[in-house]
Design a protein around this ligand. Sequence first.
Ligand SMILES: Cc1cc2nc3c(=O)[nH]c(=O)nc-3n(C[C@H](O)[C@H](O)[C@H](O)COP(=O)(O)OP(=O)(O)OC[C@H]3O[C@@H](n4cnc5c(N)ncnc54)[C@H](O)[C@@H]3O)c2cc1C
Length: 410
Amino acid sequence: MSKIVVVGGGAAGLELVTRLGRSFGRRGQHDIVLIEPASHHYWKPRLHEIAAGTFDSELDAVSYLQHGYCNQYQTIQASMSRLDRQRKEIEVRDAQGQTSMVNYDYLVIAVGAVSNDFKTEGVSEHCLFLDSAQQAQQAWEQINPLLRAQGEHHISIVGAGATGVELAAELAKVNEKLNRYRHDANLKVTLIEASERILPAGPACMSEKVHNALVKNGVEIKTNTRVKRAESGKLITANGEVINANLQLWAAGIKCAPWLAQLDGLETNRLNQLKVNATLTTTVDDSIFVIGDSAECPQPDGSVVPPRAQAANQAAGHLATQIKRRLKGKEMKPFVFNDGGMVIAVGHNYAVGSLMNNKLILRGRLVRNLYDTIFRLHQRILFGWGRVTALVVLKRLKGTLNPFYKNNIS
Ligand SMILES: Cc1cc2nc3c(=O)[nH]c(=O)nc-3n(C[C@H](O)[C@H](O)[C@H](O)COP(=O)(O)OP(=O)(O)OC[C@H]3O[C@@H](n4cnc5c(N)ncnc54)[C@H](O)[C@@H]3O)c2cc1C
């Protein structure tokens, strides 16, 4: 019997423990353990909805304890803080600060990444982030009063990747819907991007379509604008422009937590991502795997796997199969990311998708349904189609009975 410890229950880690737990846990063949500091799983690409008050936690959050019980894996609510490769142990710290050691035969690190402030002065003090459900909830607690308060208020979002764009669009939509009920409050959203176009990692024609849709929704976009400093209530750009706002959110770039660079000799890159071979094993220890945003995984064409939800999900599926092969003494196959394209939600009824290697750009309501399907596919791995269908039906029903956003305005 082997003990497989997975650290981090996000897009990659939770799918992996689900698959491993179902394969091995039920028959008691191997021990599957998840180490995760949070009590509930929220799919990260939807965190902007928590910040905008449109996420339904009752239906779409997953309790790790309950999920682990149903899928035959054990959950330890704690954070990994140290690795001892010789003893095959990790140190974990719980919410009270108590540390303990957890041993493993195989270790999988899937702790994701956070926004990169590129050491820009004042950002950590004066900007909010959307790197966890807790941060998104804190953002919501500050955005909600601005949506309700009389007069015009202003939010600046730095970084026009998927996170920044989807948050800007969601906030603009919520503001527009609230304006149908009351006309004395208005929220202005400014999206700031250092590159010459929004969504710089996607194809140019997609950027253009999303840009036009955002502008139509009332979002102000400033491209070629590099923020040099953040202060209370204002951002100062490299060319001296001052952008005032009631609230500032930082959603630019990614980097991994610094502790990953101090893991008992494991190799990391400048973003603190752990370097792995094509088989997802670390370059120095083949009993340790890394998947998702915290891995730098090489691809046959010389590129590396991008830090995207789709890549995290594919890596989890691949690794579940490869761990089974490894346990049977078979050779592991390399992970090759299959890019299914990119879909960006612009509000509640519209999305733009780039498919077939950027040859096909689609937009509209149907593409928005495709965006939702990506989330439902993640849920399908966690629960199976029966429960996903029930969740979709319940969500529709609730949507007809309840206001579209969390705190009904009174
Ligand atoms: C608002 C937002 C919108 C996005 N939109 C898109 C999109 O449209 N399309 C797309 O492809 N990607 C999108 N992304 C990126 C996508 O969410 C990530 O690529 C994906 O979640 C990475 O999966 P992961 O499992 O590596 O990390 P995560 O999903 O971040 O999970 C990491 C997990 O590790 C846990 N953890 C952290 N530290 C520790 C520790 N020390 N010990 C134990 N556990 C730990 C965390 O609590 C978390 O549960 C978006 C991201 C954000 C924030």
